[in-house]
Design a binder for this molecule. Structure first.
Ligand code: UFG
Length: 324
């Protein structure tokens, strides 16, 4: 069984490649290395290339027997997507369409898509289940929702079966310490807090303490990257067994505030972390928490690393290895 992992040199994709190899799958990674790292791809075949290159895509599918595709290659910065929507629609939508068209042309019919809680926009009810209205509030979220709708059309037209996995806050790192988060620039809370703990950064900012939450800081549902990858395997398994297309939330159903995250990081690292209060960041909902009952039921997904301390500990292991 060979899986094409697009974006396999990135944060989540690289963990996926490692897991697939460990479970005996053949893996071909396609990545343009615009935000990923070649050394994060721990095995299998690596192809350096871009989804904008349709000739290359045709070649990849002609020369490999691919049983399914997992697509992680997208831009993920919400703020940047507001400033530069073209960058997001070109990569996250148009390039994804190139990939889907190449799949259809070569009769590859199983697709796992990295979607996001951003498809829901500002929640009207929390926890959020999959039936919650989809009202993305920025081009990043819209790009994900557009692809989900394209996938529904491609199922009807071409019987291309897909599972859209709507991640809440992907976090943590490989429990073995071989892989972790390496975004440049880093915008995510956990790595920033841990960089402040290790001394790679002077301090961390808290974006807003005046939200309608118990301590005034935003609440998020952090889900371990290894648990996310496990869900991808289960989703691919569903399609390999002939299951129907679907969309699932991936989160633990537990919300933690920014302040709780900082407190947990202080405890795990045993360091003082300098914190500065800053204004709210535009477009941040007060609370995003998943109802992931459907993934648990239909995929038998059972996250192993659902404790915040474990998530932070694994991320810390990676941070201290990198800052040594
Ligand atoms: N935060 C801070 N200080 C920082 C960074 C973040 O206080 O320096 C806060 C944010 O305001 C937010 C929380 O920490 O309340 C989490 O922020 P992240 O940037 O780590 O994550 P987001 O919830 O903004 O974003 C995540 C994914 C996005 C995706 C979004 C979907 O990273 O790709 O969830 O809702 F779009």
């Amino acid at each position: 069984m060979t899986i094409l992992v697009v974006g396999g040199a990135g944060y989540i994709g690289s963990h996926m490649v490692k897991m697939l190899l460990g479970r005996g799958y053949g893996v071909t990674t396609l990545d343009n290395l615009s935000t990923g790292y070649r050394d994060a791809v721990l095995g299998g075949e690596f192809i350096h290339g871009d989804l904008a290159d349709r000739t290359l895509l045709d070649k990849v599918f002609s020369e490999h027997r691919i049983d399914g595709v997992m697509h992680f290659a997208s831009f993920i910065q919400v703020g940047e997507s507001v400033q530069n929507p073209a960058k997001y629609y070109e990569n996250n939508v148009v390039n994804t369409l190139n990939l889907l068209n190449a799949m259809v042309a070569h009769d590859v019919k199983r697709f796992i898509f990295s979607s996001s809680a951003a498809v829901y926009g500002e929640p009207i009810r929390v926890p959020i289940d999959e039936t919650h209205p989809k009202n993305p509030i920025n081009p990043y979220g819209r790009s994900k929702w557009i692809v989900e709708q394209i996938l529904a059309d491609y199922d009807r037209a071409h019987a291309l079966k897909s599972v859209c996995l709507r991640y809440f806050n992907a976090a943590g790192a490989d429990p073995d310490g071989q892989l972790g988060e390496r975004h440049e620039p880093e915008t995510h809370l956990i790595p920033l807090v841990l960089q402040a703990a290790s001394g790679r950064r002077e301090s961390v900012q808290v974006f807003g303490r005046d939200y309608d939450t118990p301590d005034g800081t935003c609440i998020r549902d952090y889900v371990h990257v290894t648990d996310l990858c496990e869900a991808h395997l289960l989703a691919m398994d569903r399609l390999l067994k002939g299951g129907s297309s679907a969309a699932f939330n991936l989160g633990n159903g537990n919300g933690f505030s920014v302040q709780e995250m900082i407190d947990t990081a202080c405890k795990v690292t045993d360091k003082d972390i300098q914190v500065n209060d800053a204004p709210r960041r535009e477009g941040d909902p007060a609370r995003l928490v998943a109802d992931a009952t459907l993934a648990r039921k239909e995929l038998s997904w059972n996250p192993c690393y659902d404790e915040l301390e474990t998530i932070v500990r694994h991320a810390w292991q990676w941070e201290i290895a990198g800052s040594r």
